[in-house]
Ligand binder design. Structure first.
Ligand SMILES: [Zn+2]
Ligand SMILES: [Zn+2]
Length: 158
């Protein structure tokens, strides 16, 4: 069976025709698409390198391991199974855990950080302060330590 970690509900959809589910994508660490139409029965080489840039090709989120979301598959459909799609856009974030994929830009990384902060139980004044810090200081990277005590935050420069 597949070496790609599809969400359970998509595997059920795949087995029950007619089916509607998201394919998996294979994308190199710099964001070059190799394919966006992998199915749960497919395997993908685990050691492939990108022919465009030489980077390793990924088929799962580096954080949680779930597949990188590919094109939406609709069946039955008269004609090309994927022609209802908008042009496929390589996802920037994992649709399960919200982690930024390796090809995310610095701005995307700030979104990721803000999303993490939004999940933390911090008071509104601290939240506003941290959001301001992130927008004012784009060099601050993901090394943020969110303290467990109120007001105890440390923004780490890397
Ligand atoms: Zn590449
Ligand atoms: Zn993930």
């Amino acid at each position: 069976m597949s070496n790609i970690d599809f969400p359970a509900q998509d595997i059920v959809q795949y087995r029950n025709k007619p089916d509607r589910y998201f394919h998996a994508a294979a994308v190199c660490r710099r964001g070059h698409e190799q394919t966006s139409t992998l199915a749960p029965a497919d395997r993908y080489p685990s050691d492939e390198k990108c022919p465009t840039c030489g980077a390793r090709v990924l088929v799962g989120c580096a954080s949680c391991g779930i597949r990188i979301r590919g094109r939406f598959h609709i069946e039955p459909y008269m004609g090309d199974k994927h022609s209802l799609d908008k042009p496929w856009e390589c996802p920037t974030f994992c649709d399960r855990c919200g982690a930024a994929h390796p090809w995310a830009t610095r701005e995307d990384r700030i979104f990721e950080l803000e999303n993490i902060l939004d999940e933390e139980e911090i008071d509104e004044a601290d939240r506003v302060f941290l959001h301001d810090q992130l927008s004012l200081n784009p060099w601050i990277q993901l090394g943020v330590i969110v303290g467990s005590d109120h007001g105890d935050f440390d923004l780490v420069r890397v």
